[in-house]
Write a protein that binds this ligand. Structure first.
Ligand SMILES: *Cc1c(COP(=O)(O)O)cnc(C)c1O
Length: 353
């Protein structure tokens, strides 16, 4: 039986993507494996070009002065790359969870960081509102979806300074006006591909403005000028991400997947709200469509609930240690049927209790 994979990351990928990428490892270009040919071969350059073009096309950013780069070092490396490339004096950050917190910590190595809002005092169970961003900050940084706490920003400020966003766990999941953002980054392994590459979408005009010397591997301009081929790119991760983006396009793009994601989230949260044995963690207005965090109202039911969902073929449901309880991650490739299976188990627990 195929598992219902609710893993928070690395996460579920479409079955056809797994099959095609496995095939490419065996035979890709003229009988050679994808992972044993030169990254400068025509076959791989086509992959990189296609992956970048698809990313921009799906985000509606083609021909708008953006570059899509496939880099390494995870989203965690972007925490410092953002500061190295954009921070001259002072930047504004919104602190909505562990990942924002880490981004702030790294950026502080390179300048003054103003935390314009934080929900730390409430263990990040909501998104701060009404915060003020100084107009003289070098940029504003936020995290669109808080993977661990299950909150998601539903709106973004309109600014005259660059808007930078960590979209690791909800990129390509919902329609947004992506042209409001000047720099978006996302580790592939949450909603796009395997671990090993990080997508950076950057508006070229914001680069080259800081006075510091930037090490080449950290310099977005170097990577942009070299079409993500300054050094050997993570060929397997880029190829698999390209396949996922092709899959998404064939389904009808972000608009189509957003409808499915809303259906899954509605089903999940209505069970959490209606079933008296469960309670949600995140503030209702800020709930994530990607990661639903919840717990049992009575811990004595844990043993039976855990046995029941495992029996139903569900995997990856345990919450992050900083929140506890459960977390159902419902990324693009998770079918509605998997959420329906989980909801059935939750209602079965209520009938039996
Ligand atoms: C997982 C995650 C990260 C860290 O990504 P790495 O690729 O492991 O460095 C950063 N931000 C968010 C929102 C995440 O979900």
């Amino acid at each position: 039986m195929k598992k219902h994979n609710f893993s928070a990351g690395p996460c579920i990928l479409p079955q056809e993507v797994l099959e095609k990428s496995a095939q490419a490892v065996l035979s890709f270009d003229d009988g050679l494996s994808l992972i044993e040919i030169s990254h400068r071969s025509k076959a791989f350059i086509d992959v990189m070009e296609n992956a970048s073009a698809l990313a921009l096309e799906l985000l509606g950013l083609e021909g708008k002065g953006y570059k899509a780069l496939f880099l390494q070092g995870g989203a965690s490396t972007q925490f410092l790359a953002v500061a190295l490339n954009l921070l001259e004096k002072r930047a504004a950050y919104l602190n909505t969870g562990t990942w924002s917190d880490k981004a702030i910590k790294e950026a502080k190595l390179y300048g003054d960081i103003l935390e314009v809002g934080s929900s730390k005092e409430a263990n990040f169970n909501y998104i701060p509102k009404g915060y003020k961003i100084p107009t003289d900050a070098d940029y504003f940084h936020c995290t669109s979806n808080n993977t661990i706490f299950g909150t998601q920003m539903k709106s973004f400020p309109k600014l005259d300074i660059p808007l930078v966003c960590d979209m690791s766990s909800d990129i390509f999941s919902r329609t947004l006006d992506f042209s409001k953002f000047d720099l978006i980054y996302a580790g592939a392994q949450k909603n796009m591909g395997p671990a090993g590459t990080t997508l950076v979408v950057v508006k070229e005009e914001i680069l080259g403005k800081v006075t510091r010397k930037i090490p080449s591997m950290m310099d977005y301009k170097v990577h942009a000028d070299k079409e993500s081929m300054f050094n050997t790119p993570p060929v397997f991760a880029v190829y698999t991400s390209m396949l996922t983006l092709e899959w998404l396009k064939s389904l009808g793009g972000i608009e189509a997947i957003e409808k499915e994601n809303f259906k899954k989230a509605r089903l999940m949260y209505s069970e959490i709200d209606l079933n008296p044995l469960f309670k949600g963690f995140a503030a209702t207005a800020d709930r994530s469509t990607m990661n639903a965090t919840f717990s049992l109202t009575d811990d004595k039911l844990k043993v039976s609930f855990d046995a029941m969902w495992k029996e139903a073929g569900i995997n990856g449901l345990n919450g992050h240690r900083s929140v506890g309880g459960y977390r159902a991650s419902m990324y693009n490739a998770l079918p509605l049927e998997s959420v329906a299976t989980l909801v059935d188990v939750m209602s079965e627990l209520e009938r039996k209790a």
